[in-house]
Design a protein. Structure first.
Length: 159
């Protein structure tokens, strides 16, 4: 007995859809992990410095909570968001939350083909803070790269 061509095609399409869903879920997990890490970096307590600028520390001081609130991720497939973080505001960081979401959405046209995980710090001054030597997304990026590599290798070993 010969299997009908449409049955073979349907089986292949269903397998590809399952692999696509696993890939999206994996990238979302990596994104959530990176965002959780970046948002959990300890900020020196502002009250300890009585309005003075403190000496250099590895983590930036979260004066307004906007920078930390602007950190989030999106998984983009063929130019549209298929998964992403909620860009929840931390403390009074509503402006940061809104800026992070806007910035992530502004990148869609740059990723019109294929599938991407994009982790952002959406405040305009994020790169300035990072360039000063503070960890805004640096360690989160390293975590995401390591985690994505490990998880994707495991997935493709099981195909």
């Amino acid at each position: 007995m010969i299997t009908p061509e449409e049955a073979v095609t349907r089986e292949i399409e269903e397998a590809m859809q399952r692999e696509y869903e696993v890939l999206i879920e994996t990238l979302a997990y990596v994104g959530e992990s990176a965002v959780a890490h970046a948002r959990s970096l300890v900020s020196p307590n502002v009250k300890d410095f009585e309005g003075r600028i403190p000496p250099h520390q590895p983590n930036y001081i979260d004066w307004t909570a906007n920078l930390r609130s602007s950190i989030g991720y999106v998984v983009i497939s063929e130019g549209r968001v298929v998964a992403g973080s909620a860009f929840e505001a931390i403390k009074n960081g509503r402006e940061g939350s809104d800026e992070g979401r806007r910035f992530a959405e502004s990148l869609l046209s740059k990723f019109a083909t294929s599938i991407y995980l994009v982790v952002v710090a959406g405040m305009k001054y994020a790169s300035y803070v990072s360039a000063k030597g503070y960890d805004v997304l640096d360690s989160a990026e390293l975590l995401a790269e390591k985690l994505a590599k490990e998880l994707l290798e495991r997935i493709y070993e099981n195909l």
